[in-house]
Design a protein around this ligand. Structure first.
Ligand code: EPZ
Length: 426
């Protein structure tokens, strides 16, 4: 395992280009299965989760190659719709493959993805949506087998605007017979990107980005070339890092329209945010101000994936802030680690009460999931002294070499091998 060693206290400054969006690339890679032939996908980030998805596609028979930020896929040789369990365990987002495999082969076998560090990650909405389209779902132990003679369009109402369930149902419906309408659909920008890719392949659909998506089934899709959107969560992470270190940073290849709720909170905290086209400038000349209440909610609300990072900024603010997490039932594991760096945060059920402190102090801390890990890195950048962030592989799932990104902004950060307990004791 590896760790990051950070000498804190230095304001970030400079310019960085944002890489492609993990949460757009993953469903798009899955959707490529539905059109036989060669796809060329650009602006694909070089991340652990992307490599796992490419390994799964290869295990199904696909030819897949990542060169720089371009993926070339030949989906013609795919012969299997059984996702290997060991790969499924590495990344729960492999659940996105259900819709495409069902659409192409009429059958798919996956394994219960199980929970993770941020809470229970059920897939009941995915399964209910696929059943509404005519799939028969059999669960035996942790194995899930879906089969169908022919997917048929239907009206589907989601109990919760689940991102993954919306994407899985979209993909299963594009080649179903007849019309599908998804009500209470998730509205994230990554869903709009998936719709644009499906339409480029020949799908007939409208409504992504709103709460109702309408799809007219087609009989065939064509392979295409496509460029994925930039990563709004990486953008927001770097904005929080710039603010927490009282720096001044310019972010290129960004999309401010994807971050309106985040920019609103940053401005309430006294951070200067100026955007022009795909460039966002973030400056924080003085100690940030507390923000009375931040509530995570489905897009366009404040994104849960930036809750830990914003918490670090508010932990340094002048005053008391409250963050309420409404999406996941376990997304406060970073609080204990931040408290070890001097943060004054009290968690009561789904709310965190944050009393800002003038400074944080370096410590050895452990990442529990990718966004909590990113938050600990931000805390280390702002803290006085040395911070060691362990279990860096969590962070590598969503950030392409975070130490290189931050080093370009002047941070004193390096990646080192982590001596295992066995080595230390031997
Ligand atoms: C996507 O996960 C993202 N992942 C997550 O990003 C993100 O946090 C999440 O959406 C919310 O925005 C990818 O896109 C790969 P959900 P997903 O289905 O689709 C419950 C990151 O850091 N739920 O919207 O799994 C679920 O338990 C990751 O990049 C059901 O109850 O999220 C959770 O409480 C973390 N039944 C809530 O909905 C279901 O069938 C949100 O889940 C599905 C979900």
């Amino acid at each position: 395992m590896e760790k990051l060693v950070i000498e804190g206290g230095k304001p970030l400054s400079g310019t960085i280009r944002i890489h492609g969006a993990k949460n757009a690339a993953l469903p798009i890679l899955a959707a490529s299965i539905m059109a036989e032939g060669t796809h060329v996908l650009e602006n694909i980030p070089d991340l652990l989760d992307i490599h796992v998805m490419l390994d799964i596609l290869r295990a199904l028979g696909c030819k897949a190659e990542l060169r720089g930020d371009k993926v070339t896929l030949n989906t013609s040789p795919i012969y299997s719709s059984h996702i290997p369990q060991e790969l499924m365990k590495q990344m729960r987002s492999s659940v996105f493959l259900m819709g495409p495999l069902l659409a192409r082969f009429g059958t798919v076998q996956i394994y219960q993805p199980g929970g993770c560090a941020i809470g229970e990650r059920k897939i009941n909405l995915h399964l209910q949506g696929l059943q509404a389209l005519g799939a028969v779902v059999e669960e035996k132990g942790n194995t899930i087998l879906c089969r169908t003679e022919r997917l048929k369009g239907a009206d589907i109402v989601l109990d919760f605007p689940s991102v993954g369930a919306t994407e899985n149902i979209m993909m299963a419906a594009v080649m179903a017979e007849g019309t599908t309408r998804i009500f209470n659909a998730a509205r994230e920008p990554e869903i709009v990107d998936l719709q644009n890719y499906l339409i480029a392949m020949g799908a007939k659909m409208i409504g992504a980005g709103t709460d109702t998506i309408t799809i007219e089934g087609v009989s065939k899709l064509q392979p295409v070339s496509y460029k994925v959107i930039s990563d709004r969560i990486v953008t927001g992470t770097l904005m929080c890092a710039a603010a927490a270190t009282r720096g001044s940073v310019t972010l290129e290849n960004a999309n401010p329209a994807h971050l309106t709720s985040v920019i609103h909170v940053l401005k309430r905290a006294g951070v200067q945010v100026v955007s022009q086209g795909d460039v966002i400038q973030v400056t924080c000349p003085a100690r940030p101000k507390a923000v009375e209440r931040v509530v995570t909610s489905p897009h366009p609300g404040f994104p849960t994936d930036l809750q830990p990072q914003m918490m670090v900024l508010l932990a340094l603010a002048d005053g008391i802030s409250i963050i309420k997490e409404t999406i996941f039932d376990g997304r406060f594991k970073h609080v204990e680690e931040l408290s070890r760096m001097g943060a004054d945060i009290h968690v009561d059920l789904s709310s965190a009460f944050i009393r800002g402190v003038p400074r944080l102090y370096g410590a050895t801390v452990e990442s529990t999931d990718l966004r909590a890990g990113a938050a600990l890195v931000i805390a280390g950048l702002a803290a006085r002294g040395t911070t060691v962030v362990e279990e860096v592989h969590h962070i590598d799932r969503g950030y392409d070499r975070i130490e290189v990104m931050l080093g370009k902004l002047g941070a004193n950060i390096s990646r080192c091998p982590s001596l295992s307990r066995k080595t230390l004791l031997s």
